[in-house]
Design a protein around this ligand. Sequence first.
Ligand code: BES
Ligand code: MN
Ligand code: ZN
Length: 496
Amino acid sequence: MEFVLKHNTAEKARSACQIITVSQPRKLSASGQLVDKANKGILSAILKNGDMEGKTGQILLLPSTGITGVQRLLLVGCGKESEMNERSFERVIDAIASTLASTGARDAEIYPGEIPLKGRDLAWKVRQASLLLNNSEYRFDSLKSDKPAAGKGLRKLAVNVAKKDAALATQAIAEASAISAGMTLTRDLGNLPANICTPTYLARQARDLARGDKRLRVSVLEEADMKRLKMGSLLSVSAGSRQPAKLITIEYRGAAAAEQPVVLVGKGVTFDTGGISLKPGQAMDEMKYDMCGAASVFGTLKAVAQMQLAINVVGIIPTTENMPDGIATKPGDIVTSMSGQTIEILNTDAEGRLILCDALTYAAKFKPRCVIDIATLTGAVIIALGKIPSGVMGNNAALINDLIKSGHQIEDKIWELPLWEEYQDQLKSNFADMANIGGRDGGSITAACFLARFTRDYKWAHLDIAGTAWKSGDNKGATGRPVPLLTQYILNQIKS
Ligand code: BES
Ligand code: MN
Ligand code: ZN
């Protein structure tokens, strides 16, 4: 969607659809009042008739208004001003998006500053509205024969703000467009089936991402390279797969070479059958989403590169399938990780940590200012937190708090679980330095405890996105999370 700024007053609008907000009870926004006044009280008459209370998400589309220059006028309810929150803001924008998608209007004009929401400034409202509207256009139909006719729906949105706010609105729109482009890439990669989206495919996508951008550089380690680096843990997961594993590194250089990078490590299991510890059949198709951590690294780098941010970011993506086979790793097998620590693999379905630990050891060579890993790591995080926030754990309180704050800033929330020493006991192995599972209790925490043994040399945080990276059911599909969170975190590193 194309966004343009406008500064005219509302009664002078020229638009296929002017969007006016109404709060409860029956209260027109300032722009609504201007339009009303200039048109003999047409809007207040409608409110008086009881056709628009102003309840959150309520819609009244006036197809022919007689108002000069405006083909349609869309009244949208925001609810009571005192009760308005980020959730109702989203409902208001969603209502606008779904209505506009079904009208003939190709352009519309909106006054985002007039959506009443305390505690959020104009820049936030413009960015969030643009982001939600952009994301509402997302479709994944490249593999369907019947595609909806192109050229339908909204093409251009005029964002009306005061002239003095033009610069901040321009910046907000640019950020929204970059984040949305990143999320789209993340969702596309996530939604692709595992017979297309293989480790080799991801490596090719990385090269495509970097093409034409001098700030991006890609390198790919093959299994032979991993063998040389002694990544015995990562290789134990790919042992059962016909698809060769890859370790993809994408480097974004927006600042001086000496500046330490933020390193993002994304779990890229392109399909997780569980291996010899085979998963039950129920919803197993959704294990094509087990590379959503990797996909979020792609998306974040895309957003960062589009904004040309003055920072260094390195994305590291260990990617493989987890398959059962005659030469697959078996429960009880013991492998040696790149760090030298030995691991007894008691369950081949706890494979994410096995590929991440070698990638995390490898990450140290970039002298990171911090390392954030992103992984659809445990079903247990859904039991603990549901599907609203991602889980966060780590070895540095300041880093974790910065991430939590970033999540609130852009409505991509995370919640901390305790990564206490006491939990480490659950990883005891009779025969190796550690086991790869810690039992049912606190499953997300013991998974992070495992990773913590490989991240002692730098500031590290782990995001468990098993509950947030995709949706199940009728609206099955990748969400693009946590690209907003990660991009916001990186933006904050520059601004501070
Ligand atoms: N990819 C899964 C985690 C997962 C499961 C994400 C369901 C989303 C929905 C991961 O590799 C896995 O299988 N984890 C196991 C760990 C267990 C064997 C210790 C799990 O969560 O059951
Ligand atoms: Mn698994
Ligand atoms: Zn997995």
